[in-house]
Design a protein around this ligand. Structure first.
Ligand code: SF4
Length: 199
């Protein structure tokens, strides 16, 4: 179709958001297809959504982590984007600047990913397995409690105190996990109990 296209007509068509189809109708099909090719795929296409909780503070905002890589095919999953969970009652999709930068936290080279121990006299931390770490923690807790547990005070009143070991919990847990943690710590007699958000 031969048709005179004024600059005003061209801008009107583009401004109405129908530039591609208008150009095609005016005989600019090549432009339309070039325009279509230039549009990138939505970056979250083919990603897996995983819901989680921001680990930074006690507000415990809900997040969605988007990852690529199919574990069932032996691929390793890689988180490519994190955003607020719009369905979460706490934050309804919003995140503060720290939460909005969570992807950097996940990919930080200094991020701790496994238990580490600095042995007595050593100047460096070494990686240990979870089994070794949990066995060692249990052993040290038991030994210390057996040695220092106070069943009665000087007046003979039952107090059941364990004051020589403390417990630092995380705030980014579920209510159920927090409840179980509290019960274990308090029923063991531990008085020194805190968490990262001090709540
Ligand atoms: S996004 Fe901000 S306010 Fe929400 S839990 Fe994370 S650090 Fe706290």
């Amino acid at each position: 179709m031969n048709m005179e296209l004024s600059r005003r007509q061209f801008l009107a068509a583009a401004g109405a958001g129908v530039a591609g189809s208008a150009l095609g109708a005016f005989g600019f099909g090549a432009v339309e297809s070039a325009h279509a090719k230039a549009i990138r795929d939505f970056k979250l296409v083919n990603t897996t959504e995983t819901r989680n909780t921001c680990p930074y503070c006690s507000v415990a905002c809900g997040i969605i982590m988007y990852s690529k890589g199919d574990l069932k095919k032996g691929e390793s999953a890689e988180i490519v984007h994190i955003e607020g969970d719009t369905d979460h009652p706490t934050n309804r999709g919003t995140l503060c600047p720290k939460g909005a930068a969570l992807l950097n936290f996940v990919k930080a080279e200094t991020r701790l990913k496994y238990p580490m121990i600095r042995k007595p006299g050593s100047d460096k931390f070494e990686k240990v397995s979870w089994d070794d770490a949990l066995d060692r923690i249990a052993r040290l807790l038991k030994d210390d409690r057996d040695k220092n547990f106070i069943q009665r005070n000087n007046d003979g009143v039952t107090v059941n105190r364990w004051t020589t070991t403390g417990f630092l919990a995380a705030s980014a847990t579920t209510n159920e996990t927090a409840w179980a943690t509290y019960k274990v710590v308090r029923s063991a007699g531990m008085l020194v109990f805190d968490n990262q958000a001090r709540v």
